[in-house]
Design a protein around this ligand. Structure first.
Ligand code: FES
Ligand SMILES: [Fe+2]
Length: 346
């Protein structure tokens, strides 16, 4: 189930240069490139003439025009065909489908669905990825599983204790109950778990320098379909934020995932980790990047297996859900509602 008429993260801004770049988003093969002035363009990666993929050599960019490598149809940055071989008249319908694009918070967002609806759909923010006072590391791993499995996974972090033991999991994660809230109007699911006296996993002890037991808060904010935020607060046991919101004894980590369907059964798993401490410490950056990538790959391995299980099971299999699943179930309901309605208007 892919929700259309929504914004999805297609790439990091750094991936798109003045060069042809293709990625399949929600089953649509899209060609991205940056104009000479620096704007990102997105258009169908299929020539209107005989379907040649425009990301395929010998197609090339000449200035701000794409010249198809098969017979030379030439397209401008808006997707309109400006020249065809052997005749001066360019057919009026010779135009590549173009997609609304917004570059924000280090991501390139693309609107999948009716482009006329794009302006009315909110793009959620992840400002820590591109703000002074924060240092971020990020990456993307391909997932051979449907996006819904990644949503389930991220909304229920009790799996950290088992799947990510020795990295980010400790016994307290699975052992501490969650609270779940749903804001239907804003289209956000919140899941919180506050551990007041917990073991400090290596992910946080090596990056913050904290040793001994910690207060560890996990506050999830998921805006279906694409953007997932985990506001993570790590502090010495007993430390609380001040009434004015300042929190000088704590370390803050913003873990961001963008969950973008590639097809019905595969997903682009964008991940980023931003921190408000050790800002210039490259060792901490390298450590967090390596650790988080390892953790993501542990999830990828598990979810790829689940996709195979789903593909081979008889119809009508019933899952069993418990308290830890309330966030995931709320997210599924919101996704189903988005899929059955048109876009959420703002
Ligand atoms: S397929 Fe592109 S010009 Fe013919
Ligand atoms: Fe995980």
């Amino acid at each position: 189930m892919i929700v259309r008429n929504q914004w999805y993260v297609a790439a990091y801004g750094r991936e798109i240069t003045h060069d042809l770049f293709s990625r399949t988003i929600c089953g649509e093969s899209i060609l991205f490139w940056r104009t000479e002035a620096g704007a990102v363009t997105a258009m169908a990666d299929r020539c209107v003439h005989r379907r040649f993929p425009l990301s395929q050599a010998p197609t090339r960019l000449v200035g701000d025009q794409v010249v198809c490598g098969y017979h030379g149809f030439t397209y401008g940055a808006d997707g309109a065909c400006v020249a065809v071989p052997g005749q001066t008249r360019v057919p009026r319908t010779a135009r590549l489908r173009s997609y609304p694009v917004v570059e924000q918070d280090s991501f390139v967002w693309v609107f999948i669905g009716d482009p006329d609806l794009a302006g009315g759909v909110r793009i959620p923010r992840a400002p820590w990825l591109d703000s002074p006072g924060w240092t971020a590391v990020s990456g993307m791993e391909p997932l051979a599983a449907r996006a819904g499995l990644l949503v389930d996974n991220l909304l229920d972090l009790s799996h950290e204790t088992y799947l990510h033991g020795g990295y980010i999991g400790t016994p307290e994660v699975a052992g501490t109950p969650i609270t779940t809230e749903v804001d239907d109007e804003a289209g956000i699911v919140y899941v919180s778990r506050h551990m007041d006296d917990a073991e400090c996993p290596p992910f946080y002890s090596r990056s913050t320098g904290l040793s001994g037991r910690i207060s560890r808060w996990q506050d999830i904010e998921y805006t279906p379909p694409c953007l997932y935020l985990l506001h993570s607060r790590i502090a010495p046991v007993g430390s609380q934020p001040n009434p004015d919101g300042t929190d000088p004894d704590a370390f803050h980590v913003e873990v961001v995932y963008a969950i973008t369907p590639e097809t019905e059964t595969s997903t682009h798993d964008f991940w980023a980790v931003a921190r408000d401490f050790a800002l210039d410490d490259e060792e901490v950056s390298a450590f967090l990047a390596e650790q988080n990538r390892t953790v993501v790959l542990q999830d990828v391995e598990a979810l790829d297996v689940l996709e195979q299980v789903i593909a081979s099971e008889p119809a009508g299999y019933q899952e069993l859900s418990i308290n830890i699943d309330t966030g995931g179930l709320a997210a599924r309901r919101m996704l189903a509602r988005l899929a059955s309605s048109t876009a959420v208007r703002v």
